[in-house]
Write a protein that binds this ligand. Structure first.
Ligand code: HEM
Length: 568
């Protein structure tokens, strides 16, 4: 066994460069599912790929290497300059636009707010919003029990924005009221879409941010003949203005309530109160708080929306799983329904909801198989050695147990590769099999709130051997059941428990009232409508031609009111 020794990545094996400008990135980021799996099969947990203008990068899914990158040596492997600066430019100085000490300060304020105790308090805020969503969808379903095709993703998107708005920020964005428009909500929806139109400008952002004052940046945007740049500036202004108005309003509310005990059910108030009473050196400025609001509104949007759509799609594809899950939810709700209360309208308490075994298995398995974000970047800030769990072959055929990573190397963390690694998840890693998370009695296999959080703290003491994603003493350093979907270490997703809660609440509410199946529409030539999930940077459901353009995000499912025969 050897360690790659030279100060370049020449020794590391990987595919040929495929384009002088984009290297292999266009293959990885545009519907790259098959391409990526071919690379993992051929090269293993570390693959050299080519980035912009032929720069050599590493795509990593090896568990020990990821442990080093995210948990052991995060001071070496930073978020990329491009990511941090672009976030700062558009969203302001929220947690994802910060590094090192400033990042620690942000997390110190965010971590307690997103605690389990606060999730328990927030569920009752989310429940009525989900009920309204279910009523709105039910209202468009035929009362005779026949099916109606519905683009489920647009409904899910309405919901996810409102859950975060009300539960995290204590405001409404009116997204469930189809008669109202809301400029703030429109701006949030437009950010990613508009930024994508000018993604090619992102490499220049750090230079511009460091060398141009705000005045000259504005002049640049005025002069350049690129309209989406101006659109993004307008969006960014509107987000900033709205966030500052939320802060002002909340401060007034807090000032007016001396007896206020933090029971108010939104996290931003909890955070603001903590911020107001902390020491000067730890206190976040209003600029940072405004950035935080924008980050929280954006962070859980598309990710949670596509995760919800993916779960409903899987249940539509697997009717037995759908029936079994619906029955589990009915049994749980019936236990809590009083005399005469229709069980469908019962809201389960937090601990009952998150512990439902089959619901949990479905959610975890879908997160594992189909992570909403499948690639994340880090940059190596100084020469380093990356040890590997599973040796890889060098470009000249030798086995390597570690890799020298030169300073400046970009690292692509492959969430997809990690979540499908057979040596950790088993030979059936690429099968959607929710039962892997359950024991033979149908109970959850040890994963729970404790273990998930223990992973965050990298508690090696936790006995997790034999659980899914833990094999022969090897596991991934993820915060959520060993998978890398929400990442791990000090920059792991702050909102994973919130996302889990909202997803479980939505699925458990919708399934009681409706049944989902794949679209049945056929065109004049008898061709059936088919949904296809593109794996770009984010997972994107589209419709194949001739029914769709293979580009626009949509997830049309046949939906009808539930019948007795839909339970097991
Ligand atoms: C299915 C839903 C979600 C997925 C798959 C997801 C995934 C992730 C991932 C992979 C990261 C790490 C990004 C990086 O380091 O480059 C992250 C960070 C983050 N997420 Fe989530 N997320 C989800 C939902 C949410 C929700 C609901 C919120 C808030 C309400 C949220 C807030 C954040 C924040 C603030 C960060 C930045 C943390 C930091 O830099 O310290 N996420 N998320």
């Amino acid at each position: 066994f050897k360690t790659s020794s030279c100060r370049s990545l020449e020794h590391v094996a990987g595919p040929e460069k495929e384009h002088w400008f984009t290297g292999n990135l266009h293959r990885l980021f545009k519907d790259g599912w098959k391409y990526k799996f071919d690379l993992f099969d051929k090269y293993g947990g570390v693959v050299k790929v080519y980035g912009m203008l032929g720069t050599q990068q590493l795509m990593v899914s090896d568990p020990k290497a990821l442990y080093h990158i995210l948990v052991k040596e995060p001071d070496i492997y930073h978020e990329t300059d491009m990511f941090v600066m672009s976030n700062k430019l558009v969203l302001g100085e929220g947690v994802i636009a910060t590094l090192d000490e400033q990042h620690r300060k942000h997390r110190k304020m965010l971590n307690p707010a997103f605690s389990l105790a606060n999730m328990r308090k927030l569920l009752p805020t989310i429940q009525p919003i989900v009920d309204s969503l279910a009523e709105l969808i039910s209202a468009v379903l035929p009362s005779d029990g026949s099916t109606q095709e519905i683009d489920i993703i647009s409904w899910m998107a309405r919901g996810t924005l409102e859950y975060v708005a009300r539960a995290v920020l204590g405001i409404t964005l009116d997204t469930l009221d189809t008669t109202k428009t809301n400029a703030h909500a429109d701006a949030i929806r437009a950010v990613n879409h508009t930024a994508l139109k000018i993604y090619y400008l992102r490499p220049f952002v750090p230079f511009v941010m460091r060398n141009f004052s705000r005045y000259w940046r504005n002049k640049l945007v005025d002069w350049l003949p690129i309209p989406p740049l101006r659109e993004l500036r307008e969006i960014s202004y509107l987000l900033d203005k709205s966030a500052r108005s939320i802060i002002r309003q909340k401060k007034l509310e807090i000032d007016g309530h001396d007896d206020f005990d933090g029971v108010r059910k939104d996290l931003m108030t909890v955070m603001l109160r903590a911020n107001m009473s902390t020491s000067d050196s730890e206190r976040l400025t209003d600029d940072e708080l405004a950035g935080q609001i924008n980050t929280l509104l954006l962070g859980g949007q598309e990710t949670t929306t596509t995760a919800l759509a993916r779960i409903l799609y899987m249940l539509a594809r697997e009717p037995d799983a759908q029936g079994r899950l619906r029955s589990e939810i009915r049994n749980a709700k019936q236990r809590f329904s009083g005399d005469g209360d229709p069980w469908q309208h019962i809201g389960l308490p937090y601990d009952v909801l998150v512990d439902l075994p089959y619901l949990d298995a479905i959610v975890r398995e879908t997160f594992r198989m189909y992570p909403p974000t499948n690639m994340l970047n880090r940059t190596c800030t100084r020469d380093a050695v990356l040890p590997l769990q599973f040796p890889v072959r060098s470009a000249t055929g030798e086995e390597m147990i570690a890799i020298h990573v030169p300073a400046g190397t970009n690292i692509i963390i492959s969430v997809l590769g990690s979540n499908h690694e057979k040596r950790v998840w088993g030979e059936d890693a690429s099968e959607w099999r929710p039962d892997r998370w359950l024991n033979t009695n149908g109970e959850r296999m040890g994963y729970g709130k404790g273990v998930d959080l223990a992973f965050e703290q990298d508690s090696a003491a936790q006995d997790v051997e034999g659980l899914p994603g833990c094999r022969n003493g090897v596991r991934y350093p993820g915060v959520y059941g060993s998978m890398m979907t929400f990442l791990g270490g000090g920059r792991a997703c702050i909102g994973f428990k919130f996302a889990e809660m909202e997803i479980k609440q939505v699925i458990s509410t919708l399934l009681c009232r409706m049944h989902f199946s794949l679209p049945s529409a056929v065109n004049a030539n008898g061709v059936k409508k088919e949904i296809y999930w593109r794996m770009d940077g984010l997972q994107v459901p589209v419709v194949r031609p001739p029914h769709g353009d293979f580009k626009t995000m949509q997830c049309p499912l046949d939906v009808r009111l539930v019948r007795e025969g839909d339970f097991l």
